[in-house]
Design a protein around this ligand. Structure first.
Ligand SMILES: C[S@@+](CC[C@H](N)C(=O)[O-])C[C@H]1O[C@@H](n2cnc3c(N)ncnc32)[C@H](O)[C@@H]1O
Length: 404
């Protein structure tokens, strides 16, 4: 039984139980040993502490639309942000341990105790990030979804398309898209394509993976990508938060810092890349972008649709469809979501499992890919892509990839 939650009733209790389940899943994930150690320490120590459970309640009160998994990601990221900031400023009271240290669940409670003491305001920083800030990871491999779909659906997106990337964060992913075919060090990582086995399990198919990765590495003819984000990606606090939103494995192994820095420093022509400080849930902002850039052949939202209330999510979808996208263009949404009302509307999933990537077929959103996790190291090609790919150069490949 969760200590601090014992006094709760009804939906608040259900919400904390959802959070506990999500933490339990993370604790049992052998592929993410640092995250698993953090989650184990949360289950063993923190969930028995009424202060922590109250903190979760505050999060829930301020973010009623957020899923327990989002609370989970944010509580981990908020803690990482405080640790990284304290380490960078020389304020961290513990030695800067090697990454293996953090695979020990006993390492985490002492960090949390320090946060609760709020020395130099790091506890307040943790609280603000947990309760008020939305996740802002920029994981550069994710733009592979735009690239792959652009290659298999050129009859929809058109020749030399112009894309809008809504919620682009710092555009490191878009930079990678441009650089991947031109500079070996920025090539997308190999994606394993999964197929369903007779007994329902998913296995990676070498054959399908080769097809998928060949399509991704074809030369890309995108003319321009315009990123929209409502947060200024250059503000130091946003840079720090973005870094903290990555997985502990990416941070403590140094992979994120290294790749990210190289991507941000690499030369990408300004004619190819544009950025607009804009909130795509606001019609006036969307219109302003279109006045300056024209409508877009492709409009994508990669893990940026779910943030905000149901009303804000509804407006984001409407503005993408009605303002940003040209008639007949390609809409791409990657999120933890499912479609309702015959595909005309999206609903966020309660627990973040496999993200689904949707493309538009007329007014409907059709699930076309599902990814093993938010990092796109594995995908599954869904039958919904077959119809859309008809008439394009990869119709047959897509049929094979979808196991048809
Ligand atoms: C989880 S991050 C994802 C970033 C990037 N697309 C990726 O896949 O790594 C969500 C991003 O969407 C942005 N965002 C969320 N709602 C937005 C809105 N209404 N208008 C503009 N940007 C928004 C956030 O500021 C943040 O940078």
């Amino acid at each position: 039984m969760v200590g601090g939650a014992e006094r709760k009733t009804g939906s608040a209790m259900a919400w904390v139980v959802g959070y506990t389940d999500a933490v339990g899943d993370l604790a049992a994930n052998p592929n993410r040993p640092i995250s698993a150690a953090w989650a184990t320490s949360v289950l063993d120590v923190r969930m028995r502490n009424p202060h922590f459970v109250d903190l979760l309640d505050r999060f829930h009160a301020v973010n009623p639309g957020a899923t327990p998994s989002e609370a989970l990601r944010r509580s981990l990221s908020a803690e990482q942000d405080a640790i990284l900031a304290a380490q960078d400023a020389g304020d961290f009271p513990f030695p800067v341990y090697p990454s293996e240290h953090y695979t020990d669940p006993k390492a985490w409670p002492e960090v949390y105790r320090w946060l609760r003491q709020n020395q130099q305001g790091y506890g307040n920083r943790y609280f603000t990030n947990l309760v008020q800030r939305e996740l802002a990871t920029a994981v550069s491999q994710r733009t592979i979804a735009m690239r792959f779909l652009g290659r298999v659906l050129p009859h929809i997106v058109g020749e030399e398309p112009q894309w809008a990337n809504c919620g682009c964060s710092d555009m490191s992913g878009d930079r990678r898209n441009w650089l991947s075919g031109r500079d070996e060090q920025f090539r997308y990582g190999t994606v394993g394509v999964e197929e369903e086995q007779a007994l329902g399990g998913l296995v990676v198919s070498r054959f399908m993976s080769d097809i998928f990765n060949d399509i991704v590495s074809e030369p890309d003819d995108t003319r321009r990508v315009v990123g929209l984000d409502r947060n200024d990606p250059e503000l130091p606090e946003n840079i720090a938060w973005r870094r903290a939103c990555s997985t502990p494995e990416e941070i403590w192994s140094g992979v994120w810092d290294d790749l990210h820095d190289r991507l941000m420093l690499a030369d990408v022509p300004g004619s190819w890349l544009g950025f607009q400080l804009a909130d795509f849930s606001r019609r006036a902002d969307a219109r302003r972008v279109v006045e300056e850039e024209g409508q877009f052949d492709g409009v994508a939202a990669l893990f940026s649709w779910y943030q905000g209330s149901a009303e804000i999510r509804r407006r984001k979808l409407k503005n993408m469809r009605e303002v940003l996208l040209r008639a007949g263009g390609l809409l791409v949404i990657a999120d933890f979501a499912r479609t309702v009302a015959r595909g005309t509307y999206l609903m966020p999933e309660d627990i973040w499992g496999r993200p689904t990537i949707y493309a538009n077929d007329g007014d409907r959103l059709v699930p076309v890919l599902s990814a093993g996790n938010g990092r796109f190291e594995r995908v599954r090609v869904l039958p919904g892509l077959i119809g859309l790919a008809e008439g394009g150069p990869h119709a047959e490949d897509v049929r094979r990839l979808a196991g048809d």
